[in-house]
Ligand binder design. Sequence first.
Ligand SMILES: [Zn+2]
Length: 244
Amino acid sequence: MSHTLLQYLDNNTPVSFAQITDIITNEMGTALILDQTIFYPQGGGQPSDQGFIKNIRSQDLFNVTSVRFMEGAVYHYGTFMGNKFFIDDHVELTIDSKLRKVNSQNHTAGHIIDIAIRSLDLPMVPNKGYHFPEGPYVEYQQTQSDPFNATEHLEYIQRQVNNILSTPTPVSCMNISYNELVQVSGYIPTNLPADKPTRVMKINGYPAIPCGGTHVDNTRDITNIIVKKISKKSGMWRVSYQVL
Ligand SMILES: [Zn+2]
């Protein structure tokens, strides 16, 4: 299977062009595979983009409902709205900008809460984030005995989050070497390859974080974040939030 160039890593453009390299059908449905894409495939706790792929030759549309990444290729699952497409057809891609914005807000909010939690300097390591609009949360594994005082720390995290959001701050992404990452990041995931550049996201003034997701360009694109609950589930500390 040919590899797909991931254009969404470099910009947030809602429209782009590509060429079909393969069309497959499996248990998830029919998928178009392209040489490059602006569609974000589900992963890292962030839902996939949705939108349309238009055939430039015939003007027919393919409605993209779900996007997945597998072995270097991005699979755009959906349905043909008219005639079928063929390999080598040139296509125009349009993502649902409103959905992308909501997903980017929820994802970036997870980073902002993470920054607030790190400033507590508790004996915990990040486990995962879930940034779907329904009930987003960030989750941590404690490395020593009970680190969280739920009530007190919830108020603290909320204050820190409000403080971060009170000043509009640029959010950027870049590729850096492993050595640079060790110098600038507060946390290095253990499964990160040391021989490849790593994509990091950075909110100006805060440590860079390894991440492959999409983010808002500036913290002012998030009006407010409500820290809803700190709970413990299966030995993991979960901080639930809501983006307004
Ligand atoms: Zn991210």
